[in-house]
Design a binder for this molecule. Sequence first.
Ligand SMILES: C[S@@+](CC[C@H](N)C(=O)[O-])C[C@H]1O[C@@H](n2cnc3c(N)ncnc32)[C@H](O)[C@@H]1O
Ligand code: SF4
Length: 456
Amino acid sequence: MVDNILLKYNRPGPRYTSYPPATFFHTGYSAEDYKQSVIDSNHEKPENISIYIHIPFCPRLCHFCGCNTGIAKEKNHIERYVRALIKEINTVSALIDKKRTVTQVHWGGGTPNSIPYEYVAEIMDTLKTNLEFKNGAEIAMECSPAYLTLENIDTLSETGFNRISLGVQDLHREVLDAVNRLPSLLPMDVLFHHIREKGFKSINLDLIYGLPKQTPELFADSINQVLALSPDRLVTFSYAHVPWFNKSMEKLEKIGLPTTEEKFRLFGLAYEMLTLNGYVPVGLDHYAKPSDDLSIALREKKLHRNFQGYCTRETTGQVYVFGSSGISQLWNSYSQNIKDYQQYIEAIENNDFAVERGYRLTKREIISREAINSVMCNGYLNFDEIANKFGISEDELKNTLQYSAGKLSEFVNDGLVTLDNKSIRVSQQGMLIVRNIAMAFDPQLEVKQGMYSKTI
Ligand SMILES: C[S@@+](CC[C@H](N)C(=O)[O-])C[C@H]1O[C@@H](n2cnc3c(N)ncnc32)[C@H](O)[C@@H]1O
Ligand code: SF4
């Protein structure tokens, strides 16, 4: 059943990790625009500050990787990168109102746990010196278990980290060998036990399906092993094969990639095993325990999302990024830094900012973003609530979204959406193809048709 829905709705469309999608960003958006957007953000909602720190380095590269990362080209490059990142924090935080508080810090990459831990502590100190942290702020790092020792976990805990995400991807040697990835340094149960002992509030675990050598039997075994570890959250990413972005993905083609149908089977398998074992599907390919903040926020229709993943409305902030390639997500704009880390360092050293492109949203786009986020995250949209929030009538809202009930009829007939005059609700299975449903609320969809890959 799950596979059939996925097959039927596997059509081109935006991923809606942002609205408008990144395909709208342009180089006419400059460092001056970003500066102004940061100043404007002090008077906009949410007041909270979310921080993203990007570390674009890994000791060894997985052939499937679609992230902005690489092996440091020279010995002193990590040091120079950290200096630039600290300079960027000092510059941008000088523009942020000191009454606002940080509720979230997320470290991603690359492999942030592979750089010397003194740098991690220095960056955290710089953030704490420049900005006020809210009590209990979520401080998370994406870690590769291949480089994670028990002492490293102690250091992260002492530096204030209270959440950890482990990139596991697959638990079988033949799959990991095929993608040039090292297994966990320590047995996973030992890592989990120690992380919990240190009082971390949440452990997330990433898996990928659609890799070479991944049979349904092996993948089911990975899921069973993961269930025994009982992570608070879990993501099963669909392997995105984009060899024009990363040439080493071609090596995976040679070994053999699963067909779309086989991939959907793997997804369906994970979905059924995880939901049967009590995990709540949260948005696309994410799962959480029923007691986890994300599941609670979903039940209360308060789930949010940014480029770093799902979050609750309580902790959501406007996102300020530091480091190469990251995208700041402010109320009225997106701003992306230069992707190449060496060019990023030079730009910060010479000009303080490293903005490569961005986008300033119109009021209509801000309204559409609210509607699309509501559908994407909570599978729910109440026209009244959104119209009230922006001080417009329901008709004006529907006109802004260019919405008509007819756009949803196929989903209604398939039992994936229910609607009345006031609201729409997406069923649990409808959430599997929620991107397609969100397209019904995107007034600019026609503009960029033909530029998108398939939605699933
Ligand atoms: C920055 S990495 C996580 C931290 C660390 N580097 C690691 O690999 O464990 C972020 C996540 O992106 C996912 N990812 C990377 N390349 C991908 C691709 N081509 N398709 C789908 N997911 C991908 C992986 O699941 C990975 O855990
Ligand atoms: S998946 Fe993680 S460890 Fe592998 S290359 Fe990408 S960022 Fe580095």
